[in-house]
Design a protein around this ligand. Sequence first.
Ligand SMILES: C[S@@+](CC[C@H](N)C(=O)[O-])C[C@H]1O[C@@H](n2cnc3c(N)ncnc32)[C@H](O)[C@@H]1O
Length: 462
Amino acid sequence: MADPRKRRGPGGRPPRRARVDPARDIAFEVLTRVRTEDAYVNLVLPVLLRRAGLTGRDAAFTTALVSGTVRGQLTYDAVIDACVDRSPHPKVRDALRLGAHQLLGMRVATHAAVSTTVDLVRSQAGPGAAGFANAVMRRIGETDLATWVRRLAPADPGGFRTVAFSHPRWVVDALTEAVGEDEVEALLEADNAPPKVTLVARPGRATPEELGGSATGLSPYAVVLDSGDPGAVPAVAEGRAGVQDEGSQLVAIAAAEAPLEGRDELWLDLCAGPGGKSALLAALAAERGAVLVANEAQPHRAALVRRNLTDPGTGRPVPGTVGVVAADGTRPAFREGAFDRVLVDAPCSGLGALRRRPEARWRRRPEDLDGLVPLQRALLGSALRLVRPGGVVLYATCSPVLAETRDVVEAVLAEQPAIRLEPVAGTVADVADADGPLPGTVQLWPHRHGTDAMFMALLRRP
Ligand SMILES: C[S@@+](CC[C@H](N)C(=O)[O-])C[C@H]1O[C@@H](n2cnc3c(N)ncnc32)[C@H](O)[C@@H]1O
């Protein structure tokens, strides 16, 4: 991992030593904004990197520093708390978390991790705090992460996993219920690894070959980039391809490939924002002479869908679309039975995509499910009214939590016994080890498939 402190200045001379190097400075600012403004790492960090002119290895180092620190926060706090006799000021704790991640989670040399953390604390909280930080960092660096975890983590499996894998206890419990005791640690570990950048070549508009990178094996439209900026790929810049997890691609593919007798002309994406799946569905619809309507409750997200469904070159809607509607999907403005296929990519806890959003695990609360589950049931019920007799609804979540997957589908089937739950068919049916919690449903997993933990259930209106 490149350490910007080791960069050399013009003529090979070391640059004049800054008080705080730009990588740590940016990392600290992101942590502050995540803590005080509920900011999102993935939104704030690129702006700060651009402003500071950090690119290439320096930008990658800063990204790994911030994301790893935020993901590992619970573990690092346990270590920090074991090294202090009073709780540090939140600003100092942020700096110590960054330092702990450099010492225990990255291959930064001890002297660099300690001195940069001490510089950072001095610049933020004064010389007294710097002395304190120096002592804490030296204690943290006395042993490695595995030894700290052995020393500090509770003995019971749930408590151990909470500290060892830095997930809130309720998340550990919900994921254990979903994946089982045997695999949950592999899943938690996968959540802590940054995902590779996956691109989708929207069929009829781009080919995987023109994107560079390597084929992935699950979605025929996907490639994985080993490095580089996806925005620099011409097809991405031209909107013919996009950044999209392979699991999300498989959801759109499953919706498009569900067997259908009779008319197959009008498709609906009921919860479309920001429009990644809509863009793939539209391309698949266009190949078949069908068209997609995209619906999204939040007007600003509907605007993102519109952008995703517009050709940036011509400013016109991409083939396969008829329009974007900003409306509540539980009380939609569409005629009952109007659609042949409906995708419900429901708002959910997102606990299947924790790799992607470093701070998400700390923001979610178990009580969020109290609002999400009724909404998911209402949206699925609504989709089943909007689809024509014989038509199909694909219900999907980027969460494997059983309350949002199995229980929602079971509740809707109990309310409407005539609806049939059918096996997800086509490309997705060939994915190995992807059985979901109900017969015929699909559950993908980061640790098994390298995708987000997408759930899919296919329902047919009689
Ligand atoms: C999981 S996201 C969809 C992601 C999207 N399909 C994609 O691939 O880009 C769920 C979306 O549902 C929207 N949503 C929430 N409540 C809704 C409602 N009552 N009706 C329609 N959309 C809703 C959210 O604003 C959010 O954009």
